[in-house]
Design a protein around this ligand. Structure first.
Ligand code: ADP
Length: 491
């Protein structure tokens, strides 16, 4: 309903330049009104809630207008938030993660700090268009009056927390790491990044807090309108990816490989090694630690293409090819990229025999194994570059994790046991876990001790005894061949 009023598609407005993507901030406010009213009508007992937390799409930003804080602290419970907050935003269309219109601002920021790697060393990522700092710089340059009229800038997550708190909520370290502004080592705003982005930004952003912080009790608006207890605590909200990590209860040394339309790798690195690829964020469940995230565009759709070309469109025939071929594929290695990837920026199919000689084709069965081994070698090589080292557990999720033959290859290439987890709504589950943890975190209770009785992932594959012997040299070859393709792409 709110989407049709705001005329969004998929919740966003794609602007004429096809690079700018925004969402009307009042649509989000209205969505919360609708959700809360629906829960009330269904008889949800809000008085039982002891604490709450939540997550928001990463990188999006909300610009509160001068004077909005006064409104936010005095909300009349007889009216909807949407009515009350109509006039509280200096920028009514919030930039969101799909936006890629701030290339100039990214270049400026990298030049100001001394290069992309230095920016990654400070903030955990090189400059990305969707990252909030670059979006803020663009608002400052293109809409200076609106910027001047701004009292506070928050992320989608801390904005949502503010609605429950009835006051501006702090940006948490973990979601704050998706801005190209936070120094992930000191967990303070980086002065050089702030100065290169916009004036007086420190004041506009407020002080960032650990992701486990209790912000305060819920606002009296929610007590009177919905029947929450006055003692219900609001725990810092965070980004959807960090909340997902909490939902998966990813531990140090674990890696999650999500095999969906795109493949995503989440990890809890042992060493802090920011790189030009991937992202490092402060960890949402332990503020001294970190998490890393890598995105691979060529995931299931590429697996489907090879399934169609080599296995008659059948996952069963595809799986049989994996069972019939040997670990290491007799030295054959393949790279399959339908579209230019993020990690690494390669396109097309590239096949190499055991002598590293490029060949034009493989037999269908060799092709299937080359694809799956190649994809998982890539996941491992790039995860290691971001600090992954010990092989404790691989947690597998997403559509292809239901295929036991694919999962066996994953286990062999990573030389680690693979567990599957149901992560449907993992960001919501993670928010519930964080709401439980926040109030006891200060007294030193660890997230994992508190949740030790939550359901455990299921062991589905263990590595073949020869796995390391086969894949250690192949991983080295894979790295070399990938570099060779990259060199060729550049020339
Ligand atoms: P999304 O990223 O859209 O949430 P999912 O995690 O639901 O995607 O994964 C969907 C993908 O799972 C499909 O594109 C399909 O290729 C893949 N998939 C489903 N079943 C199998 C299977 N048995 N073997 C391999 N891949 C599968």
């Amino acid at each position: 309903m709110s989407a049709s009023v705001h005329r969004t598609q998929g919740g966003v407005h794609l602007h004429e330049d096809r690079l700018t993507v925004t969402s009307p901030v009042l649509m989000w406010v209205k969505a919360l009104d609708l959700l809360m009213d629906k829960m009330k009508r269904k008889g949800f007992n809000f008085s039982m809630v002891r604490s709450l937390s939540g997550s928001g799409q990463q990188h999006g930003s909300v610009f509160w207008k001068r004077g909005a804080r006064v409104t936010l602290t005095q909300l009349d419970p007889s009216r909807t938030l949407h009515q009350l907050l109509q006039d509280c935003f200096s920028v009514s269309d919030s930039p969101v993660w799909m936006d890629s219109s701030s290339s100039q601002q990214c270049e400026n920021l990298q030049a100001a700090v001394g290069g992309a790697q230095i920016l990654a060393d400070i903030t955990g990522s090189r400059a990305y268009e969707r990252f909030t700092g670059n979006q803020i710089a663009k608002v400052h340059q293109r809409q200076p009056e609106k910027f001047q009229n701004t009292e506070r800038i928050l992320l989608v997550s801390s904005f949502a927390a503010s609605l429950f708190l009835g006051d501006y909520a702090a940006i948490d370290y973990s979601d704050g790491s998706g801005m190209n502004l936070l120094d992930i080592r000191t967990r303070c705003w980086s002065q050089i990044c702030l100065d290169s982005t916009a004036p007086d930004l420190e004041q506009l952003l407020g002080v960032p807090l650990p992701s486990t912080s209790v912000l305060g009790p819920i606002s009296s608006y929610f007590v009177h309108r919905y029947g929450f207890s006055e003692s219900c605590s609001v725990v810092t909200f965070t980004g959807d990816n960090p909340a997902s990590l909490a939902g998966m209860r990813l531990q140090q040394g674990d890696v999650t490989v999500s095999l969906g339309t795109s493949d995503t790798v989440f990890l809890w690195p042992q060493q802090l090694k920011p790189s030009l690829e991937g992202h490092i964020f402060c960890n949402p469940v332990d503020c001294q630690e970190y998490m890393a995230l890598l995105c691979f565009k060529n995931g299931s759709l590429t697996r489907e293409r090879i399934r169609n070309q080599c296995a008659g469109g059948s996952w069963e025939v595809f799986s049989a090819a994996l069972r019939k071929t040997q670990l290491g594929n007799n030295g054959n290695i393949g790279f399959y990229f339908d579209i230019v990837d993020i990690t690494p920026p390669i396109e097309g199919d590239h096949r190499f025999d055991s002598d590293d000689t490029e060949v034009s084709s493989f037999s269908p069965e060799v092709e299937v194994r080359a694809l799956v081994e190649g994809q998982f070698m890539s996941r491992r090589v790039h995860a290691e570059r971001l600090g992954y080292s010990t092989r404790t557990r691989v947690l597998a999720t997403g559509g292809a994790s239901s295929n036991s033959d694919i999962i066996q290859v994953l286990s062999d290439v990573f030389n680690a046991p693979v567990f599957t987890i149901d992560v449907s709504n993992s960001a919501c589950l993670g928010s519930a876990y964080r709401a439980l943890h926040g109030p006891v975190a200060e007294s030193g209770v660890s997230f994992f001790d508190l949740l030790k009785n939550a359901p455990e992932p299921q062991l589905v594959a263990t590595p073949h005894s020869a796995a390391e012997q086969v894949y250690a040299p192949m991983l080295k070859r894979y790295t070399r061949l990938e570099e060779r393709i990259l060199q060729k792409t550049r020339t």
